[in-house]
Design a binder for this molecule. Structure first.
Ligand SMILES: [Zn+2]
Ligand SMILES: [Zn+2]
Length: 134
């Protein structure tokens, strides 16, 4: 059932795609894995989790690419903004926290895949650390 508490909107850079998260993100964390680095084109990506029933597309259509077996990354086919991550063995959808209109609502609490961390990425030592997924 859809979470009726506060909702948070977001979207891609060009504005073609808009989405709404119903309720608060289930988690937020920086992923340093090589796949995310390649997919986003950055040193790491901050993901915010949401239950599928609380993720609503309100405008446009996300382009999905199966980047590895069972892993579907979603992006805007027009401007290329990375938007979502879904995996066969994942209960939640992950949304790129920075595409929220107010990324402040998805303050990260952890770092994962630190074994792939780039040496020039400086992380907050106060956050939980995981070499791989916890
Ligand atoms: Zn776009
Ligand atoms: Zn990753």
């Amino acid at each position: 059932m859809k979470d009726k508490s506060e909702s948070h909107e977001g979207g891609c850079l060009c504005g073609a795609i808009r989405y709404t998260l119903h309720g608060e993100p289930t988690y937020s964390g920086h992923c340093h894995c090589r796949s995310c680095q390649k997919a986003i084109g950055a040193g790491f990506v901050t993901w915010a989790g949401i239950k599928p029933e609380n993720f609503e597309m309100t405008q446009g259509e996300i382009t999905i690419c199966e980047t590895s077996p069972g892993v579907r990354r979603g992006f805007c086919g027009r401007c290329g903004s990375s938007l979502t991550y879904a995996g066969d063995d994942w209960t939640d959808i992950a949304v790129t926290a920075a595409t929220l209109d107010d990324p402040g609502v998805a303050r990260p609490t952890s770092n994962v895949y630190l074994d792939h961390q780039q040496s020039w990425v400086i992380i907050d030592d106060g956050l939980r650390k995981y070499e791989k997924l916890p």
